[in-house]
Ligand binder design. Structure first.
Ligand SMILES: *Cc1c(COP(=O)(O)O)cnc(C)c1O
Length: 456
């Protein structure tokens, strides 16, 4: 009898499984779907477990209804507005709901769009600033070849990308122990007539702290009184714009401040949707120069679009709409409060261990970071603790802070919907026992090469 070669060959004994598949050349022939499925399925088992990934802000759990809707909508292309007019309407409903949530004085005057995430949303915000500034300079007969953007040195990497890709000089305001976030202090040393805007971060990626947008706006008001420069703010609310409205409703950070032209958020962070959706809203269409807007056909007419991508998935937008309807304001408030309670529980527990000092406690967004207590040990670092926790499946990164504080290493936990109090208690136990293990070491851990940056 010849060797079995087709479907009757047992799984794991087929070509590609019984042999090592080549990864660096386009496959000459195909394989059975079962075999290909198994290969991909098994390989991603080597990834970390998404639910235990406490490094990411991005959603790793949605309910069964959302999963069902996702499976029914993954074929939708967001750019096909003419073919999928209801999906196009739903996209508009979503950003209008956000415009309302963020207190635009007039939702009808506002304009917005979905994006692939906050990175694209921030780039669109930055591009609007740049074009607006250029148009004004050019109308006044002034040079417009050296735009700059002012922001904290702890901005997310998307802003460095924006400045790099679109030729804008980044001006970073350094952090210090007294000024742990951009707070308007010394802002006049950074802005000038070439400043296209200031970025304020609602939920700094490194630590989860809010930048006081109202104080930054007040500093810019004072600068305007002195110099006449009218410099707008974009709020990068990747995480915080979906937390603050629910947990800190009295905090004034959004379109209640006239200087805030635009706000962006990641629908896939505290918006609760699987990866692939962000939002940006301008308080007034006047702040989005028309010469940046393209038109696509829509119901025999035209629809304006402003995006870096053309085709992209439409399913995430439907998931966002599902969650807005499903949860409403009250449901979001409850969900975010639960995450915050878990964050406060964990930060309290970690502070009690004695080896650590909290950088913050998770009372802004449900994210907090800590450092080793100075003088606690010479034998181990937070990276060693991160490694020990990884052995249990927990992904909790340790990384150096940005420039000017880069001697300081912090470790951070992002609490999302899906990390229950019960699971958090397990985590705290594991942190306690990993710390006790490291504290019992008779000599220092061998030093290893460590990555020098961390960007999400
Ligand atoms: C995560 C994050 C971004 C980038 O968001 P994506 O949705 O991942 O593109 C930008 N800014 C801040 C403050 C962030 O936390």
């Amino acid at each position: 009898m010849g060797a079995m070669s087709g479907e009757e060959t047992p799984l794991f004994d087929r070509p590609g499984e019984a042999t090592v598949a080549r990864r660096d050349a386009f496959p000459v022939s195909g394989m059975l779907p079962d075999t290909a499925y198994e290969l991909v399925h098994d390989e991603i088992m080597l990834d970390g477990n998404a639910r235990l990934n406490l490094a990411t802000f991005v959603t790793t759990w949605m309910d069964d209804h959302a999963d069902r809707l996702y499976a029914q909508a993954y074929d939708k292309n967001m750019i096909d507005k003419d073919e999928y007019p209801r999906t196009a309407e739903i996209e508009k409903n979503c950003w209008q709901m956000l415009a309302d949530l963020w207190h635009t004085p007039d939702v009808q005057a506002a304009v917005g769009t979905s994006t692939t995430g906050s990175s694209e949303a921030c780039m669109l915000g930055g591009l609007a600033f740049k074009r607006l500034w250029r148009n004004a300079r050019s109308a006044a007969g002034l040079p417009h070849d050296r735009p700059n953007l002012v922001m904290s040195s702890a901005v997310q990497v998307c802003w460095e990308k924006f400045c790099n890709y679109f030729d804008v000089e980044p001006r970073f305001v350094p952090l210090s122990d007294e000024h742990r976030v951009l707070d308007g202090n010394a802002l006049e040393d950074y802005v000038d007539e070439n400043t296209i805007g200031v970025v304020a971060i609602l939920g700094v990626t490194y630590t989860g702290m809010y930048e006081p947008v109202a104080e930054i706006a007040a500093a810019l008001d004072a600068i305007q009184r002195k110099t006449g420069l009218d410099i707008p703010i974009h709020v990068d609310g990747a995480s915080g714009a979906m937390i603050a409205p629910f947990l800190q409703p009295d905090l004034v950070w959004d379109f209640r401040l006239p200087r805030v032209h635009s706000v962006s958020t990641s629908g896939h962070k505290y918006g609760g949707v699987y990866p692939g959706v962000g939002w940006v809203v301008w308080r007034d269409a006047a702040w989005l120069p028309d010469d940046l807007v393209f038109r696509v056909s829509y119901l025999g007419g035209e629809m304006p679009t402003f995006a870096l991508n053309f085709s992209r998935p439409g399913a995430q937008i439907l998931l966002q709409y599902y969650l807005f309807l499903r949860l409403g304001f009250e449901g979001y408030a409850q969900m975010q409060k639960a995450a915050q309670e878990v964050a406060l529980y964990l930060s309290r527990g970690i502070a009690e261990i004695g080896a650590f000092e909290l950088w913050n406690d998770g009372s802004d967004i449900p994210v907090f970071a800590w450092q080793l207590r100075p003088g606690h040990t010479e034998n181990w670092t937070l990276q060693d603790l991160s490694d020990r926790l990884r052995m249990k499946g927990w992904l909790i990164p340790a990384y150096p802070m940005p420039d000017d504080l880069s001697d300081l290493t912090v470790q951070r936990i992002v609490v999302r919907n899906g990390l229950s109090m019960d699971l958090a208690a397990e985590l705290l136990d594991d942190i306690r026992s990993a710390t006790a293990y490291l504290d019992a070491l008779p000599s220092p851990m061998p030093a290893a090469e460590r990555p020098t940056g961390f960007h999400h």
